[in-house]
Each structure stands twice: as structure tokens, then as C-alpha cells.
Design a protein. Structure first.
Length: 217
């Protein structure tokens, strides 16, 4: 026993190394023991800051508008490459001109005019008694038939080369009265001519005349 203790005393370096190694091992063991006793990260209690953040997150997510759902989509701008379309305007209907009325179908044929003298005071085929009042009317035709309104007659009664009476009628068919009245125009004997110049709203024109004699009765 004395020999063994003597050998350790002879080597102080070995003793120091052994002590240091023992101390180091003790420190490492204590650290491992403390690491084992601490709570694992997964079961750590949440802090107040974490709780507030967790509660506010859904509300913030619901309030934030998205471009697709809440925001109105901007209107599409027209393509600059496409030509601009001119506005469509409705044509304005114009009243038919006078020339169009002249050329309207159905009133283009020449007029056929006839003078119808009355029989009052008639003493022969073409003879009337002085002071007669026979009266006169017209019959006017075109391609539509006999004309009434839109047809006008300028009457001229002459004795020889003298104009005795001139009257205008506003129609060509008598409305139940005589269009031309002689009145006192036949109070003198002689050769008379009654002329009817006819025009229409369609610028048609026609003329007719009759000659008769007035003799003392």
C-alpha cells in the first residue's frame, strides 16, 4: 500500500488531469439534466401577443376587399385601332315638291275638256234667244277619270272680238249649281264664243270653246 501511494505522489500531473476530467464530466451531466427538465417547445404556453394576433387574423381577412368580388371592374376602353363609328341618323322625309306632284302617276295624261251649255232659251241646234240664261258647265277627264277638285276653269265669253264676261270657277264639276252664269251677257244679238281654259294641281292644261248665235226672239 505504501508503495502504491508513493507512485501517485511521484506523478502529480496525472492526478491533476484526473481531477480536471472529473470536474468536466460533472458539469456536462448537470447541463444535460437541466435540458431534459425544460418543457418542449410544442407545449409552451402561448403569449398574450400571439393570442391577440390569432384572434384578429380572420376579421382582418374578411374586411379586406378583393378586386374580383367587391371592387367594380373598370370599363373597357375602346380599341384605338378600330375606326370610330359614325352616328346613325334617321333620314328626314321631305314634303313632295311641286315637280313631284306634276310627275305623280295617274295625272300625267292630257286633259279632255267638254263644255255643256244649258237648254234655257234655246231655239235651235246652236241658237239662243236674246236675254237667255242657259248657263254652262264643264266635263274634264284625264287618265284617272273625270276630275272634280284640284281642277280650275277660266271662263271667257266673247261677242265677236269683244270680251263680254270673264269668270273663274274653283272646280271642274258642278256641285249642284251652274259653274258659269250668263246673267245679262246675251241681251244683244250676235255670234258668241264661250271658252274654258282648264288647269289642275298637277299642272295639266286643257282648252275647249263653243260658238253659238243669239237672235231676237
Amino acid at each position: 500500500m505504501s508503495s502504491g501511494r508513493g507512485s501517485l505522489a511521484d506523478h502529480p500531473v496525472i492526478v491533476i488531469i484526473s481531477v480536471v476530467a472529473a470536474v468536466v464530466g460533472l458539469i456536462v451531466g448537470v447541463k444535460e439534466l437541466k435540458g431534459t427538465d425544460s418543457a418542449p417547445p410544442s407545449v409552451a404556453a402561448p403569449t398574450a401577443t400571439d393570442t391577440a394576433t390569432t384572434l384578429r387574423t380572420p376579421a382582418a381577412t374578411r374586411a379586406a376587399p378583393t378586386q374580383e368580388e367587391d371592387m367594380p371592374a373598370p370599363e373597357e376602353e375602346p380599341n384605338a385601332s378600330e375606326p370610330a363609328r359614325a352616328p346613325v341618323t334617321q333620314p328626314v322625309e321631305e314634303e313632295p315638291s311641286r315637280a313631284a306632284a306634276v310627275q305623280s302617276p295617274g295625272h300625267t295624261a292630257p286633259l279632255v275638256v267638254r263644255i255643256k251649255l244649258g237648254s234655257s232659251g234655246k231655239t235651235g241646234p246652236d241658237t239662243y234667244r236674246v236675254g237667255s240664261r242657259p248657263g254652262a258647265n264643264t266635263e274634264v277627264y284625264d287618265d284617272t277619270g273625270r276630275l272634280d277638285r284640284g281642277c280650275y276653269v277660266q271662263w271667257t265669253l266673247s261677242r265677236g272680238s269683244e270680251v263680254v264676261r270673264r269668270v273663274t270657277s274653283g272646280r271642274c264639276r258642278p256641285p249642284s249649281i251652274t259653274l258659269f252664269n250668263f246673267e245679262d251677257s246675251l241681251d244683244e244679238p250676235g255670234s258668241y264664243t264661250l271658252k274654258a281654259d282648264v288647269t289642275t294641281d298637277w299642272r295639266q292644261m286643257g282648252t275647249e270653246s263653243v260658238t253659238f248665235n243669239v237672235v231676237p226672239g
